[in-house]
Ligand binder design. Structure first.
Ligand SMILES: O=C([O-])CC(=O)C(=O)O
Ligand SMILES: [Mg+2]
Length: 224
């Protein structure tokens, strides 16, 4: 017998909302360039984005039994994070399951395997981030872990960690670091807003980034 528990601590919803205000790239930078899932995991529509606690599940390759089970037990606001062993030649999720997720109020799905029915997923607007798009169907045979730490896109994802994803990619934030990362993200946005204002006012990259001493120290002489 395999026992799984669906009980885990979720982050404060206000904290999730705060992180959702920042882009995946900003969060990745703000937490010291950590947490980015492999860049091959991308939205099926660039307008899709999500932010929510991870509800993790491990599937056997080309088998979506546990993914279906996870959808049944995930809570509104959760992001279902699926490892299918990075098996690309399977369409483990499509518009039928997306309707099940959306009607439950789930925040989205992230997977290192494939999805299908992408035209319908785009029309539905349920946020789906996948490693591949593949028409090949899956079986429902293998039980496995749910709400346990898994590896997806080269990153460890634990249940309750915060997943933020947008057109640029997917980043995971440790639940215990979420408040600190939100603050650091705001600091980064403030700094970047300052850079943009300075560039628009006509200042140069050399000036703003103080590149002259750096380039000179590296022995670069520019004849302009
Ligand atoms: O049926 C499946 O297993 C996956 C799929 O295509 C859907 O959810 O529409
Ligand atoms: Mg389908």
């Amino acid at each position: 017998m395999i026992r799984v528990s669906t009980k885990f601590d979720r982050p404060d919803p206000e904290l999730v909302e705060r992180l959702g205000a920042y882009s995946s790239a900003t969060i990745h930078e703000a937490q010291g360039r950590l947490g980015a899932l492999d860049s091959s995991i991308k939205p099926v529509d660039h307008r899709m984005s999500l932010c929510g606690p991870a509800f993790t599940v491990q599937c056997a390759p080309r088998d979506n039994l546990m993914l279906q089970t996870a959808i049944a037990y995930a809570r509104p606001g959760d992001v279902v994070v699926v490892s299918g062993g990075a098996y690309t030649e399977a369409g483990s999720f499509g518009d039928v399951l997306a309707n099940a997720c959306q009607s439950k109020g789930l925040a989205g799905l992230v997977t290192d395997t494939g999805v299908r029915d992408t035209e319908d997923l785009r029309a539905l607007g349920f946020p789906v981030f996948s490693h591949s798009v593949c028409i090949k169907g899956t079986v429902k045979e293998t039980v496995g872990p749910m709400c346990e730490p898994i590896t997806v896109g080269g990153q460890l994802v634990r249940p309750g960690d915060v997943i933020r994803a947008d057109a640029d990619g997917v980043v995971v934030v440790r639940r215990e670091d979420a408040a600190e990362v939100a603050t650091a993200s705001q600091e980064r946005v403030d700094a970047e807003t300052g850079y943009i204002a300075a560039y628009r006012a006509g200042r140069t990259v050399i000036d703003i980034c103080n590149l002259e001493p750096l380039l000179a120290a590296k022995g670069l002489v520019i004849e302009d």
